[in-house]
Design a binder for this molecule. Structure first.
Ligand code: AMP
Length: 218
């Protein structure tokens, strides 16, 4: 099963991906995580991406398209994958389509995560991450056992620089301008499935699994 999670920054793509990875045994492929790893490693790709990321802008299409081209060919992605944060522009979506065609593969579904702007802002402002192992927390809804400390590796958790209020607003504007057109793009291809992701976590996951299972039957 090859699926795309589509939704605004803060919609919960990363959190839902983790559950889907556990349930379906296919990898999450997050361009945001890959770019942050490149920044941390100080490699040329990270150096190129860093300035865009800091401002909440999208990094150039060519950079992320190459990342994905290599990643989806890896062995662990042979039975499927969950794309989290890619594609984010129509150019990226068209490239993905060509890549998959070249590999004789197809997309199963584009799951559009639907949450209100109020909830997005709450999730983004409360999000904290561990700089060591990358585990994500939320100071309102998913606190670590010991305040401010990662449960898994004991490091101090921090706010992502691009989750600060001055950058968040720009990321939402960029989403509307560059990424929201993908809704119509995939609607036309009859791949889009909207899921209401407000409410209790278990209920939300239930709705996501129901959407996944409907597609798996086809
Ligand atoms: P994310 O963790 O998905 O919110 O991504 C963090 C940042 O990485 C974004 O604000 C962009 O600067 C960059 N980024 C991640 N994925 C993409 C993509 N598919 N296209 C362009 N930029 C991206």
């Amino acid at each position: 099963m090859r699926i795309i999670l589509l939704g605004e920054p803060g919609a919960g793509k990363g959190t839902y991906s983790i559950e889907l990875v556990k349930r379906y045994g296919i990898p999450q492929i997050s361009t945001g995580d890959m770019l942050r790893a490149a920044v941390k490693a100080g490699i040329p790709l990270g150096k190129q991406a860093q300035e865009y990321m800091k401002k909440g802008e999208l990094v150039p299409d060519s950079l992320v398209i190459e990342l994905i081209r290599e990643r989806i060919k890896q062995d662990d992605a042979s039975k499927g994958f969950i794309l989290d944060g890619f594609p984010r522009t129509v150019t990226q979506a068209e490239s993905l389509e060509k890549m998959l065609q070249g590999l004789k593969l197809s997309l199963g579904m584009v799951l559009k995560i639907e949450v209100s702007k109020a909830l997005l802002l709450k999730r983004l402002s409360g999000r904290r991450v561990c700089p060591g192992c990358g585990t994500t927390y939320n100071i309102d809804t998913m606190r670590p056992q010991k305040e401010g400390i990662c449960d898994k590796c004991g490091r101090e958790i921090v706010q992502r620089p691009d989750d600060r209020p001055e950058t968040v607003e720009n990321r939402l504007v960029v989403y509307q301008k560059d990424t929201a057109p993908l809704i119509e793009f995939y609607e036309k291809k009859k791949l889009l499935r909207r899921v209401n992701c407000e409410g209790e976590f278990e209920d939300v996951m239930g709705r996501i699994y129901a959407a996944m299972e409907e597609v798996a039957k086809v």
